[in-house]
Design a protein around this ligand. Structure first.
Ligand code: NAD
Ligand code: MG
Length: 293
């Protein structure tokens, strides 16, 4: 049976204080290392023969999704901004899990790059079955007046507009049964005082998911989202202070942050034929937070 090495277990309540000064953060520098697959994960060829494009697939949730997809029989394209160390490691893990992996580096705030990314995927693999729009950035600020115009625009470009550009380029290549899965966030539902702009992109992603799902029903293309709660990833250590990192996740009912390995199965389900009666929906792996809407 295919199996990959695993990092730490999931039951840690608090994480050690740490901070990385540049965004995107690097998973390779986090301690402890996030867990990207559960030791007892049992794949069952749910995505056999499929090709998936995963943005921000080098690290965090995207890495866990890439590995789970490979374990389920898919080949993957991983897009990332510039974290070559993490991307190389993920490629290795995907290959060890039985999948082919193509790495593509580039900035999703550029619409031209978004379409080139799709074209490269289709040129290399000859098909595209699953698009996981997962990359994002955030710039925490305690006062809305502190949000810089360039950060505001960049946050919307990367988190939201790139989804439009990628889907526009991908649709001509997607057949009946294909799926689009967008990463939203619990912040879309409960709000986040220090992430007003980021939360706004995530709320827009939920609405976009619902509307696009309805638009694409006749084409047989599924559109769903996942709205994770706090998850131990490079995004956290590169955007929150060391003190915030130490407390990260302790405010949800389970009292801890989740591991990427606990989020990825939602993406497997939504990409598989098991989700054949699901579109326009959001899954909520968030440590027990009850959300409305
Ligand atoms: P991460 O840092 O591992 O992943 C984000 C990725 O986005 C990076 O790997 C980076 O390569 C990519 N990226 C950032 N800016 C980019 C740009 N301009 N162009 C191209 N790529 C760019 O962190 P993560 O937490 O796994 O984030 C994945 C998704 O999960 C994001 O959408 C994030 O908003 C969402 N999310 C995370 C949490 C959490 O607590 N970690 C909670 C809810 C939602
Ligand atoms: Mg990364």
């Amino acid at each position: 049976m295919k199996q990959v090495a695993v990092a730490q277990g999931a039951a840690v309540k608090k994480q050690p204080a740490q901070h990385q000064s540049t965004q995107p953060g690097h998973e390779s520098r986090m301690f402890p290392q996030p867990e990207y697959v559960k030791p007892d994960y049992m794949p069952s060829q749910k995505l056999l023969g499929k090709v998936a494009l995963i943005t921000g697939g080098d690290s965090g949730i995207g890495r866990a999704v890439a590995i789970a997809y490979a374990l389920e029989g898919a080949d993957v394209v991983i897009q990332y901004l510039n974290e070559d160390d993490d991307a190389r490691r993920t490629k290795q893990l995907v290959e060890r899990s039985g999948g082919e992996c193509m790495l593509v580096t580039g900035d999703l705030s550029d619409p031209g790059f978004c379409s080139a990314l799709v074209e490269r995927t289709v040129r290399h693999f000859g098909r595209l079955d699953v698009v996981v729009n997962n990359a994002a950035e955030q710039h925490p600020k305690g006062d809305i007046r502190e949000i810089r115009q360039e950060d505001l625009e960049s946050t919307f470009r990367v988190n939201l507009f790139s989804m439009f550009h990628i889907v526009q380029a991908a649709l001509p290549h997607m057949r009946r049964g294909a799926s689009i899965i967008n990463t939203a966030s619990v912040t879309a539902y409960r709000g986040s005082p220090r992430l007003v702009d980021y939360s706004a992109t995530k709320g827009a992603i939920v609405s976009m998911t619902r509307s696009l799902a309805k638009q694409l029903i006749d084409k047989g293309i599924y559109v769903n989202a996942v709205a994770p709660g706090p998850v131990w990833t490079p995004l956290i250590v590169s955007t929150f202070s060391a003190e915030e990192v130490r407390e990260f996740g302790t405010d949800v009912p389970m009292g801890r942050a989740g591991q990427p390995s606990e989020i990825a199965p939602c993406y497997v389900f939504l990409a598989s034929n098991d989700a054949s009666y699901m579109t326009g929906q959001v899954l909520h792996p968030n440590g027990g937070e009850v959300v409305n809407g």
